[in-house]
Design a protein around this ligand. Structure first.
Ligand code: GAP
Length: 461
């Protein structure tokens, strides 16, 4: 990793905190490793990504239903799913000076990150001897009720998927769906990661956006390919992530999760190297079969057209919300020189941008403040807006460039006579004067152009 690449993550950490995207969790007590809070802009960005995902995966489809299941589940779920037995990472401990704990399969990357040869012996930090690898289960334990014993122990879910498997028959019965169809949900997942890090890339508490696609055995590989293509396209066309920084990588056999026969990752080229953004797994009939065995319930499907009964196979696209956020920020971040000054700009797709239209009176004087406030209020129904009157107009433009606001509307003293305002757009910094009467229409046009620029930038087809 070069200094400039390390720099980018550091710059984003600082921008995110300053501008209200991401704060360290419980910071006044020194924080909590790999847990973050989201500020006013972060919340808007999260909601935009969630909405875009839900719209593409549920609302615009005829064959997917959404559900929401609880974080706490009967512990038998995790025994049946194999997570108690197999959801673990190999871990080694340093017996030397630093006593750090490492993922055995991340040692080379950790050495490289510290500027050491990948095959250097011992601990990546201090070179001390390492213990043999031991398996470390990633699920967080907790207890239900007033007694903390083995019988009352639960796990915080490490994935939302199991909530959809154990509700397969419920959804089937209440919707009368025919296979193939999908069940989608978004929600919290918890993993006690051994080596979290890279800001919000690997967290201990994060949001998952998952869909289980139930299909006939034998059609799963075809559906796997279909979902790989759909999801790859979505990142470029809907999120505006640049195609050149994305790749689809099939897993090697020894990388596959305990439940999967085929998985492909959509990976992004982060400053610290290629990293998984979304996984698309062929889970076969593993989960439904194991829940049939463990629960004794019938989770098979009767196909009345062919008179066949079978346990459906499942293809699962699973995306992390915070991973998507860091991807969007890295991909959108740019520094330019404008008239001898540095301009930081986030080239966010206008459908992701936390603020779409900023309304800026040239001065705080009541004669401008009042019409500007009214304009902002009127625009709220149609756009994500923000009213901002602090500091000079130049500074306000820069501040909105830095958070990715595609359009700014400036109300100046001429507005009082000509009933017109200036729209300034983020990417080319061009300005046009439009009458207030036609402002909403003009903003819609400009946002369409901004969408087109975002698609071109991403390399959408
Ligand atoms: N149900 C399948 C599943 O959970 P996964 O590949 O382990 O699959 C899905 O996780 C996605 O969740 C990943 O592609 C990544 O985007 C995100 N993710 C996984 N672990 C994460 C972590 N510790 N912190 C943040 N995001 C994570």
């Amino acid at each position: 990793m070069t200094a400039c690449e390390v720099d980018l993550i550091e710059k984003l950490v600082s921008l995110c905190k300053q501008r209200g995207f991401v704060y360290p969790s419980s910071e006044i007590y020194g924080g909590l490793n790999a847990v973050y809070d989201f500020g006013p802009l972060g919340v808007r960005l999260r909601r935009n990504v969630r909405d875009l995902w839900w719209r593409a995966m549920v609302d615009l489809r005829d064959d997917v239903d959404g559900i929401e299941t609880a974080v706490l589940m009967n512990p038998q779920v995790w025994v049946a799913s194999g997570h108690v037995q197999s959801f673990s990472d190999p871990m080694v401990d340093c017996t030397g000076r630093c006593k750090k704990r490492w993922r055995a399969d991340h040692l080379e990357a950790e050495r490289i990150a510290r500027g050491k040869p990948p095959d250097a012996p011992g601990c990546p930090e201090c070179g001390g001897a390492l213990t043999p690898a031991r398996q470390f289960n990633l699920m967080f334990k907790t207890f239900i009720g007033s007694v903390e014993d083995q019988a009352s122990q639960l796990w915080l879910r490490p994935e939302t998927a199991q909530g959809m498997f154990v509700n397969f028959a419920n959804v089937l019965n209440s919707t009368r769906r025919r296979i193939p169809f999908g069940i989608a949900q978004m929600g919290k997942g918890f993993r006690n990661e051994i080596s979290p890090g890279n800001f919000i890339f690997r967290l201990r508490e994060f949001d998952l956006l998952e869909m289980e696609w139930f299909c006939k055995p034998g059609t799963d590989l075809e559906w796997h390919e279909y979902w790989c293509n759909e999801r790859f396209r979505w990142h470029i066309e809907q999120l505006g992530i640049r195609r050149a920084n994305l790749r689809l990588r099939p897993h090697e056999k020894d990388e596959l999760s305990h439940y999967s026969t085929a998985t492909s990752d959509i990976e992004y080229l982060f400053p610290f190297g290629w990293g998984e953004l979304e996984g698309i797994a062929d889970r076969t009939d593993y989960d439904l079969t194991t829940h049939i065995k463990q629960s004794g319930r019938d989770l098979s499907y009767f196909d009345s057209e062919t008179n066949e009964r079978y346990v459906p196979y499942v293809v699962e696209p699973a995306l992390g919300l915070e991973r998507t956020l860091i991807t969007l920020l890295v991909d959108a971040y740019d520094e330019e020189e404008v008239r001898g000054e540095k301009r930081v700009v986030l080239h966010l797709h206008p459908d992701n941008a936390p603020v779409q239209v900023a309304v800026l009176p040239l001065s705080k004087k009541a004669e401008l403040r009042e019409p500007a406030r009214k304009i902002e209020h009127d625009l709220r129904r149609s756009f994500a807006t923000e009213y901002d009157e602090t500091q000079s107009i130049g500074r306000r433009y820069r501040r909105h460039d830095e958070i990715g606001t595609p359009l700014a509307v400036t109300v100046d003293f001429d507005t009082l006579n000509d009933h017109a305002v200036t729209i300034r757009e983020r990417d080319g910094m061009t300005q046009v004067r439009v009458p207030i009467d036609g402002l909403e229409h003009a903003l819609r046009d400009q946002l369409d152009q901004s969408r087109k620029r975002a698609r071109d930038r991403a390399g959408a087809s």
